[in-house]
Design a protein around this ligand. Structure first.
Ligand code: SAH
Length: 233
């Protein structure tokens, strides 16, 4: 697996985190565990919280948003069943940490973040790490990214009340989509959509807790926000 800069720093803490907070919690796919050991999570945390980056919990990254817990990143990545050949779409770049993990395990990653400042920050961090197969854009991921669709895999990393229809339209066949969905606006559940020969099968893969998906259209639309098209950084 690609060796990323910064990997020697906090190496023991990171190895411990992966064993204790991810593997023991039930993520078993060796490639996913290796990718989590290979990404310097501290680089995605705010400088002041760097020392907390291997505590196994979610971390604030400003603007009320979070860098996801390593377990859920591992779990969702495992559910995507990547072989290295896939194009992946991520809705909700946030810190860019999940995108970095995907970047090590897939061919290309397209990630869209609605807050331009976070998109810029993630883009910079990912290029500093030399992850040239990840493209970040600022915009509303509700609409996916038409230009690069269809995607073999889609991951939504913010809690939505229903899977956005444009994202289902941009999922390839065969394809897998993983998303935290909350039907009642409270409890979120990971939903996995497996598409094969024109048929979608949905399975539930456990509870989770993400910050809300805020879109310009659909059931999670925030009427106070204007529509913004995705713009590559
Ligand atoms: N994958 C991230 C976790 C992100 S938290 C990580 O590894 O750090 C969820 C992110 O989704 C937030 O940054 C939030 O701003 C973003 N988000 C919420 N609704 C969105 C939308 N409609 N389009 C794009 N990004 C969205």
């Amino acid at each position: 697996m690609k060796r990323l800069p910064g990997i020697e720093q906090f190496k023991n803490a990171r190895t411990r985190m992966v064993a204790r907070d991810v593997e023991e919690a039930g993520v078993t796919e060796p490639q996913v565990l290796e990718a989590l050991r290979a990404v310097p999570r501290h680089a995605f945390a705010d400088k002041a919280l760097e020392f907390q980056a291997y505590g196994g919990h979610a971390l604030p990254i400003g603007h009320g948003q979070t860098l996801s817990q390593p377990y859920i990143v591992g779990r969702m990545t495992e559910l995507l069943a990547l072989t290295g050949e896939e194009t992946v779409f991520e809705a909700g770049t946030g810190s860019g940490y999940q995108a970095a993990v995907l970047g090590l395990l897939a061919k290309t990653v397209y990630s869209v973040e609605r807050l331009p400042e976070l998109a810029r920050r993630a883009n910079r961090l990912l290029s500093d790490l030399g992850l040239a197969n990840i493209l970040v854009a600022a915009g509303d991921a509700y609409h996916g990214w038409d230009r690069y669709a269809p995607f073999d895999r889609i991951i939504i990393t913010a809690g939505c009340s229903a899977i956005p229809k444009p994202l289902l339209d941009q999922l390839a066949d065969p394809g897998i989509l993983v998303a935290p969905v909350s039907a009642d606006g409270e409890k979120q559940e990971l939903i996995v959509v497996r598409r094969s020969a024109g048929v979608d099968t949905r399975i539930r893969a456990g509870e989770c807790r993400f910050v809300p998906f805020i879109a310009t259209e659909g059931p999670d639309a925030d009427p106070e926000r204007e529509s913004r098209a995705s713009t590559s950084l």
